[in-house]
Design a protein around this ligand. Sequence first.
Ligand code: FCB
Length: 410
Amino acid sequence: MLLALVVVSIALWSSGCAVDLSFPPGFLFGSATSAYQVEGAWNVSDKGESIWDRFTHSQSGNEDGSTGDVATDSYHQWERDMEVAANLSLDYYRFSLSWTRILPNGFANYISEDGKRYYNQLIDGLLAKGIQPVVTIYHWDLPQRLQDLGKLSLSNQLVWYEASTEEDEVWLDIAQQYSYGRFSHPIYSKEGGWPPVIEDHMRNKSSSEGFHQSRLPEFTDEEKELVKGTFDFYAINHYTSRAVRKRRPGEPHGGFPLTGAPDLDLLFERRPDWTEGNEWLYIYPEGLRRMLGWLRDQYGDIPILITENGFSTAEDSLEDHDRVQYYRRYLEQVLLAIKEDGVNVIGYTAWSLIDNFEWMDGYKTKFGLCHVNFSDPLRTRTLRRSGRFYADVIKRRTLDLDSDYRNYEF
Ligand code: FCB
């Protein structure tokens, strides 16, 4: 009995005192959505067609035929979203501009008055509630007209990579530089350009494939100078982690970023000690802390804004204990990164404010702090337990909440 008491008190001491669970002054809390995932109204007024409109309307679209034609109807119901954001006491709300709502044909020679009106009212509505608008210029809904001309691609770093076993440590640097460095080194490093390890690898690989020059076009010195340092902060979307190992002969290649990197001949897997979440979303909160530390080690003391982090479920429940636990554990790692490792994290964005159209998963996968009833034409919004938890964290600026939130374990 005495031993049990001692063990219990050590456990309490270590969970209660080891980490200061309060957020630093000025730390910002937000939540996010994106245009195609919530707005609906895909063809109202003079809005043009995006690649997601084209895709979801085609035979090869989502298996269950789901589209973003109505989604959460935020084009009409945006004031409900503002109410949810205000209920959570968000410091900021991150949303994206639908390119084809503002520039219906993709180009700036014609600007939609309705598009301007919609986003102006959204921005004014947020400001009236004391919530800062954080605008994403592009969130995957490219104008179909531009897709027809060629393809664009931007980065989205969802995954932290670790070595599968000690022997796989040798593959880690190249996997990380391929995943994060490719998009960050040109902007955030002192020298600019591609990460040297990736530049060398791609030059050798291209030559072994019979190319006369690298498939990764080199930066000129002038381009390096032009791009280097062009940032205000670093934005990171993070959800999950993967263990990296060399692909064995005969094994399938896998696909980037969740199951492999064919160009590197590496495979990505779940480490057995990581909890399985919904589908691809394995839970490893320390991965976020390590990711933040990696960015600081590589690029110095840059301000980092976590622009997405969140947890999906297949069921609709309002009592989403798993999501509460995910947020609590990941936010704790953010605090450790700030307080123990000295990383300059300036804010945290929960994905997502409300359930919405989750790309290829349609409406099967839920990420919302707030439930949306998709059978109701009004798309009624109801705050989940995770929404109440997040609101409490924001109001009290700490994870040290004297409530039952802590008792839920995976
Ligand atoms: C991110 C996307 C976001 C949502 C989450 C789960 O990559 O930016 O729209 O799909 O994943």
